[in-house]
Write a protein that binds this ligand. Structure first.
Ligand code: PLP
Length: 365
């Protein structure tokens, strides 16, 4: 591939000196679980997200699970989730023993349609769990208003939305708890697994802090049945080295998105639609086409890598056969999975490369 979909080594090469120094700082410190590096990252990440608190955890799925546990979500409870999401959103719900209640997306945004949520609320609904898919912020205000009027919590899956803004304010504390992944391919990625929650609620940050560390505040004193889900200090140090560059990296993603929007207009592809209140993080640039297989093949032939996010929606996965949801039960999610195509985008992809992607699509269409 001359233009790979994503080159994870490129971000490391750009910041090699800082990242190597950060890793060695931890190695030399002799402190390898939690400690000052994790605390410093938590403070920096909370500030960046305009949130009062951040708690580092082992990965994004655990962030979601611990957020739900902090709200006492468990068996018998229902959680409203998007039908169109990465499966981790649903896995967190079932991991705590609750039931995912899917709501279809607005096809214009691919995000959960706020107008479809109210009719799915029952006395068992504990949480609404929107996802800022592809780094495009979900329309949160109607969801927050509905949740508040019904006494329901809002947990945001922000695993793809580092740095995105909703109505001028960073994603990070609009809902009760906001969940982050630092998987290497995310906009802020570690060199391994990592995750965090951010929140303005001191009670929830405190519960998650205890739950992530064996249910313990004081060593060998266990208040609750917790887990081992701690952010690794080496990863925290890597994230601290990268965080000062995140805004510049988002700007570079935006420049590519703008080049695509210009270069691909009028070709018959459905391009991302950005509401005027949204500043997306541009984690992915996803177009929609009925000719996906042919286009993907033509692009591959000229050296352009593409991916599909996601080829099988959660309700059609074998993992959720027990929910008994037919493919046609959630037709928008089913259809999107047949038609979405993710083009290369990232801070280390330059504009000439983006122009080559555009030229490849112009030729193919
Ligand atoms: C990546 C991702 C997760 C899970 O994060 P991990 O760190 O891989 O566990 C959850 N939700 C969404 C939408 C994601 O993209």
């Amino acid at each position: 591939m001359t233009i790979p979909f994503l080159d994870l080594g490129a971000a490391y090469r750009e910041l090699k000196t800082e990242i190597d120094a950060a890793i060695h700082r931890v190695l030399d410190s002799g402190w390898y679980i939690l400690g000052p590096e994790v605390e410093a990252f938590e403070a920096e990440w909370a500030a960046y997200c305009e949130a009062d608190h951040a708690v580092g955890v082992a990965n994004g799925l655990d962030a979601l699970i611990l957020a739900l546990r902090s709200l006492d979500v468990g068996p018998g409870d229902e959680v409203i989730v998007p039908s169109n999401t990465y499966i981790a959103t649903w896995l967190a719900v079932t991991a705590v023993g609750a039931r995912p209640i899917p709501v279809e997306p607005d096809p214009a945004t691919h995000n959960i349609d706020p107008t479809g949520i109210a009719e799915m609320i029952t006395p068992s609904t504990k949480v609404i769990l929107p996802v800022h898919l592809y780094g495009q912020p979900t329309d949160l205000d109607p969801i927050l208003a509905l949740a508040r009027s019904r006494g329901i919590a809002v947990v945001e899956d922000a695993a793809q939305a580092h740095g995105a803004c909703y109505k001028g304010r960073r994603i990070g504390a609009h809902g009760d708890v906001v969940c982050w992944s630092f998987y290497p391919g995310k906009n802020l990625g570690a060199l391994g697994d990592g995750g965090a929650v951010t929140t303005n609620r001191a009670d929830l940050s405190d519960r998650i802090r205890v739950l992530r560390n064996y249910g313990s505040r004081v060593k060998y004193v266990n208040e609750v049945q917790g887990e081992n889900s701690r952010l690794d200090p080496i990863q925290a140090a890597v994230l601290r080295a990268k965080l000062p560059h995140l805004d510049a990296w988002t700007e570079r993603r935006l420049a590519i998105a703008e080049a695509y929007a210009d270069g691909l207009a009028g070709l018959g592809l459905i391009l991302p639609n950005v509401p005027n209140w949204a500043d997306p993080a541009w984690h992915l640039y996803v177009v929609r086409t009925k000719n996906r297989a042919a286009l993907q093949k033509r692009l591959a032939a000229v050296g352009v890598g593409t991916l599909i996010h996601y080829p099988i929606p959660p309700h059609m996965q074998a993992a959720y056969a027990d929910l008994g949801l037919a493919p046609e039960a959630l037709p928008i999610a089913r259809d999107l999975a047949e038609e979405v195509l993710s083009l290369p985008i990232g801070p280390q992809l330059d504009l000439p490369a983006a122009q080559k992607v555009i030229a490849g699509l112009v030729d193919a269409l």
